[in-house]
Design a protein around this ligand. Structure first.
Ligand code: NAP
Length: 422
């Protein structure tokens, strides 16, 4: 049911009487902040907003990033979202024109003056010191520190007319033979770099390692637009467990500043509780940003334990995706994980396990979709059906065809509804 903001347009509890089960798969709608000075200066963007903007998410249609402010962009964080941001900033508009990127983004990108993109991480590509040879042999060794993955790195390294600043070889293991497949491939790609030379390139990019951001700084006291980003240099800690993913570097006393006409913070996403979860007996884990659940995706209420695992289950409630396990993994991992949750729903249904209204003395209507539709109508909210969605989809494809691309996305909800109204 599209165009219905559950918890805002209608209370979450209004779903309950009509269904035996609810599965929460509403993802991560916020991005993490760095909590450093200058984060709200003009020209400092959330990567999430930027990605939403060029992908046609209505929420960000008016972002209008200042891509003509200058030549250097700094991206904080080295995950795949950071790589996506860098790829869009570095790609030629003619290449992007063939994709389903929004028309307004293409127009803005064609005015971009960005020539150099620095993608900055607080750790290294991987832990290279302090590894005993026995650990080096372990195929399960979690040595990687960079969060980006091989495919996304390769895409950036093979962009036309874009050069890559070679990385310091001391950051990579000299001997790749004993590495597991993923770190080995990544090391080889990083060491090889790009085939485009800096002298012929139109644009360039670099991966900067071991730098923790400390502030975004204005261009001048009279100009509130970002001009530079300050960092503290980090060093690998030889004393920590090389398997540890978090405590592998520490700050030094050295600092560094990078010129920045634009900056993006890309340090991960965060799920939030939708209003009304508590009314269904669901707790939200603010620290992990998830709805507590067991590996099958059945929602649990930790306060109801201890006891047998099922004692803490909240009957009829399930989670899938990022709100189930946090904002990690690529699309394939999210799919696998969704299959597990869907299996749990089916098993409970076939096994006649207690559903959502088991304890509510006949409050359940069993009306499902019809019952909820009535509630939505009564609130005066316009719902968008699957048939409606298909009409919007067809118009987007048609408009795209005229421009030689897969689709031309409609960037505003009001314009989508106009399509339905003819
Ligand atoms: P991510 O993979 O979690 O990466 C976050 C990055 O930010 C890491 O480099 C992390 O470094 C850094 N970071 C976190 N806190 C920081 C701080 N306070 N200061 C400096 N750096 C900090 O998050 P993401 O890039 O937003 O991606 C989210 C998920 O979507 C990932 O699973 C990603 O693979 C997936 N995704 C996939 C694709 C694709 O398949 N093509 C595209 C986009 C996103 P540390 O490691 O040191 O914490």
């Amino acid at each position: 049911m599209g165009n219905v903001n559950v918890g805002v347009d209608i209370p979450l509890t209004s779903l309950k009487p009509h269904y035996d089960g609810i599965l929460f798969a509403y993802g991560a709608s916020e991005d993490k902040r760095l909590g450093i000075p200058g984060e709200d200066l003009e020209g400092v963007y959330s990567a999430r907003a930027f990605v939403g903007w060029y992908n046609g998410l209505p929420e960000y249609a008016d972002l209008d990033p200042a891509l003509d402010a200058g030549e250097t962009a700094v991206v904080i964080g080295q995950g795949n979202v950071a790589m996506d941001v860098a790829r869009i900033l570095l790609s030629s508009v003619d290449e992007l024109r063939k994709t389903d990127i929004t028309e307004y983004a293409l127009e803005r990108l064609s005015m971009s003056r960005v020539k150099n993109v620095q993608v900055v991480g607080r750790r290294g590509p991987m832990q290279v010191n302090s590894l005993p040879p026995t650990l080096l042999q372990s195929p399960n060794l979690q040595r990687l520190q960079a969060a980006f993955t091989i495919k996304e790195l390769r895409e950036l390294l093979t962009l036309r007319n874009v050069s890559f600043e070679p990385i310091d070889p001391s950051l990579l293991p000299a001997d790749t033979k004993s590495l597991a497949r993923q770190p080995k491939r990544l090391t080889q790609l990083l060491a090889k770099g790009s085939t485009t030379s800096a002298s012929t390139a139109l644009r360039s990019w670099a991966l900067k390692f071991l730098l923790s951001p400390t502030s975004f700084n204005p261009s001048s006291t009279s100009n509130p637009t970002i001009g530079s980003t300050s960092f503290t240099l980090n060093a690998f800690r030889p004393d920590v467990d090389p398997l540890s993913k978090t405590a592998a570097v520490s700050n030094t006393s050295e600092t560094l500043s990078l010129p920045s006409s634009l900056a993006f913070r890309s340090v991960g996403y965060k799920s939030t509780p939708i209003p009304g979860l508590v009314d269904l007996g669901v707790m939200f884990d603010e620290k992990q940003g998830i709805i507590p659940n067991d590996p099958s995706g059945r929602i649990i209420n930790p306060e109801l334990g201890p006891g047998p695992l099922t004692a803490a289950h909240v009957p009829g409630l399930y989670a899938a995706g990022w709100v189930k396990r946090g904002p990690t993994g690529v699309i394939a991992s999210t799919m696998d994980d969704a299959f597990a949750s869907a299996d749990a729903v089916v098993q409970d249904h076939l096994g006649r396990v207690r559903g959502l209204n088991a304890d509510s003395d006949g409050e359940g209507t069993g009306l499902g979709w019809e019952g909820l539709s009535k509630e939505v109508e009564n609130k005066g909210v316009r719902r968008v059906s699957w048939e409606d969605w298909k009409k919007i989809d067809a118009v987007e494809r048609e408009r795209g065809k005229a421009k030689g691309k897969g689709r031309e996305k409609i960037g505003r909800v009001a314009d989508m509804l106009k399509v339905l109204d003819g």
